[in-house]
Design a protein around this ligand. Structure first.
Ligand code: MG
Length: 188
């Protein structure tokens, strides 16, 4: 047996660790899926909430998202414990508006299923629906820091919303009788 620490995990392990970490910070998969559902419902009627849950869970099982989420929560928790070096401690704890590293991380996660995810993220970042508003407001309370968590949660909701749109478009493409035009049709 080597003493090498385990640093790679299965998708199911990452999903379970992410759910646990989110729950410890007061966030559920349903909270995120609700933001996804409400955003995508503006464009498509009768979305099945289950696709939103499935999309959020899919994202939470991805290695990149696992790293982003775990890092985001770790930074917030260290800021709450006043354990970051200065002046980063004050910048992050007081959520300085011009500190944009949290948004950049969010933008990367948001684009997982297509560039429209970054537009979806911008919408969520500005309008702060549901759990994003809750995290934003509670993050201002003494002893609580959600500087990174609100963005990563909003980004997961945005990427999940994009995945829902991709799934719907894919099934539409299979069902609809689109006019079939190919390059060869143009030569006729
Ligand atoms: Mg933030």
């Amino acid at each position: 047996m080597s003493n090498k620490p385990r640093i790679v995990f299965t998708r199911d392990e990452m999903l379970q660790m992410n759910i646990k970490s989110l729950n410890e910070r007061g966030v559920t998969v349903e909270d995120i899926a609700t933001v996804t559902y409400n955003q995508q419902s503006r464009y498509t009627k009768d979305i099945d909430f289950k696709i939103c849950i499935e999309s959020v869970e899919k994202l939470l099982s991805l290695r990149d998202v696992f790293h982003y989420l775990q890092l985001s929560i770790a930074i917030d928790v260290l800021a709450e414990k006043k354990m970051l070096p200065q002046p980063l401690q004050d910048i992050i704890y007081h959520d300085l508006g011009l500190f944009g590293v949290d948004e950049v991380m969010g933008l990367d996660v948001a684009g997982t299923y297509g560039t429209i995810g970054q537009t979806n993220f911008g919408d969520i970042d500005v309008n702060k629906p549901g759990i994003v508003r809750v995290l934003n407001d509670s993050g201002k309370e003494e002893g609580t820091c959600h500087t990174f968590l609100d963005d990563i949660v909003g980004a997961i909701a945005a990427a999940a919303s994009t995945r829902v749109a991709q799934v719907i478009n894919e099934s539409e493409a299979h069902v609809k009788e689109y006019e079939r035009r190919t390059l060869f049709d143009a030569e006729e």
